[in-house]
Design a binder for this molecule. Structure first.
Ligand code: SAM
Length: 249
């Protein structure tokens, strides 16, 4: 099934954001971000749906089209360059889909669970995933499974002791609280990781977890300063090593 056409201005914006990127190099040996045409066109479809639903329900506070594209895509681009192949990833407080749905579109090998308590946002996410599946934007390319939308709060899910490999969240809980919750959500994984996405705040500290990478970058279209911090669980008896701080070009 084909979807109605979207504006070429949006297509150009998304293509520009993907081509500029965040200035961070992808780590060697890790799965690269899918900066290909399929990912770009599904990102455009999703952002176009946000713009049309946002006229009826409150989905985003973005004030300009550049901000909307950066807000939805840029942090996911950074995470997508690092997350291990085939990982089970949870995004707590997905809202309109950032960063979890963007991550699913950029990395079809990942199994995403999107957690959101508000019914109207859950409806948006389920409708969008359904539309993308029907148009095959989400169905092609060796995808493990379609992103799953769980209506509820991160606290409730954490109490059920799920075994996600990777936990991400943005603008939902205070950073220290999120790091604790992310640790609980990944407690059953062999090599868990938690991502804390920040603007200018300092990264939180949690005993038993170390900062593996502290990535500073700028959003491609608006140049907003961002920071994505990747935490790994420390092996028993290990001492923390200094984090990687790549330069932004
Ligand atoms: C400010 S929005 C951020 C949405 C998205 N992550 C982003 O950065 O664009 C916060 C979202 O988290 C949801 N939320 C708030 N508390 C939550 C909780 N304890 N567990 C899961 N989601 C929560 C809200 O309903 C809202 O959709």
């Amino acid at each position: 099934m084909s979807l109605p056409s979207v504006s070429s201005a949006l297509e150009e914006r998304v293509a520009r954001a993907l081509s500029i990127g965040t200035g961070l190099p992808a780590p060697e040996g890790e799965a690269a971000t899918a900066g290909n045409e399929a990912a770009a066109s599904s990102l455009v479809r999703w952002i176009d749906l946000i713009a049309s639903w946002n006229a009826r329900i409150d989905l985003t506070a973005a004030r300009t089209d550049d901000e909307l594209v950066d807000l939805m895509v840029a942090d996911a681009l950074v995470i997508a360059a690092h997350v291990p192949r085939g990982a089970r990833v949870v995004d707590v407080g997905t809202g309109a889909g950032a960063p979890g749905l963007a991550l699913a579109l950029l990395r079809p090998d990942l199994a995403l669970t999107l957690v959101e308590p508000l019914q109207k946002r859950v409806s948006f996410l389920r409708n969008t995933i359904g539309a993308l599946l029907q148009s095959e934007a989400l169905g092609a390319g060796g995808r493990a499974r379609a992103p799953f939308v769980e209506r509820g709060r991160g606290e409730e899910l954490a109490r059920r002791r799920p075994a996600f490999d990777v936990a991400v969240s943005r603008a939902t809980l205070a950073p220290a609280r999120w790091l604790e919750m992310g640790a609980a959500l990944t407690a059953g994984a062999a090599a868990p990781e938690v991502w804390v996405l920040l603007a200018k705040e300092e990264p939180p500290v949690l005993p038993g977890w170390e900062v593996e990478a502290d990535l500073r970058y700028r959003w491609p279209l608006t140049s907003a300063e961002r920071r994505a911090v990747r935490y790994l669980r420390q092996a028993p008896g290990s001492t923390a090593s200094p984090p990687t701080v790549p330069e932004v070009t």
